[in-house]
Write a protein that binds this ligand. Structure first.
Ligand SMILES: [Zn+2]
Length: 136
């Protein structure tokens, strides 16, 4: 058995075991490789980190890094949801009033969240900041 670090087009890293090096090529050719984070079949071998002395033999990003999982979650959400920034409260209210199934995310004050909640508008606090902000 041989283990490869694989990476998809969205830069998700994961490990996969193969019977041999040619198994990888075979499975890739048949479209059997799939990113466990986003389901992408555009998967390739990741560039291996260079060997480093035992003293600092730590990978920059372990495969089960919770931050990586969170990032994958965030990307999946951003695919399905529109960022509306500080207009979140009014957008959410309008969508709810119109009975739409659309998803939006953005920022809202505690007061806005409370009144949306009182009005029965479904909302969910996110465990991360919208990218438009975290990139600022
Ligand atoms: Zn992926």
């Amino acid at each position: 058995m041989i283990v490869f670090d694989l990476v998809c087009t969205a830069a998700h890293r994961f490990e996969a075991w193969f019977g041999s090096g040619s198994d990888f090529d075979d499975q890739k050719a048949r479209g059997l490789l799939e990113c466990p984070w986003c389901g992408s079949r555009q998967v390739d071998k990741a560039v291996m980190a260079p060997a480093v002395p035992a003293k600092s033999n730590q990978r920059a990003r372990p495969v089960d890094d919770p931050a990586a999982k969170l990032l994958a979650m965030q990307r999946a959400l951003e695919d399905k949801s529109d960022y509306v920034g500080s207009r979140f409260a009014e957008e959410a209210r309008a969508i709810h009033a119109a009975g739409e199934q659309r998803c939006v995310h953005g920022e809202a004050s505690l007061e806005e969240v409370k009144s949306l909640h009182d009005e029965g508008v479904p909302l969910l606090p996110l465990p991360f900041r919208p990218r438009a902000r975290s990139d600022a």
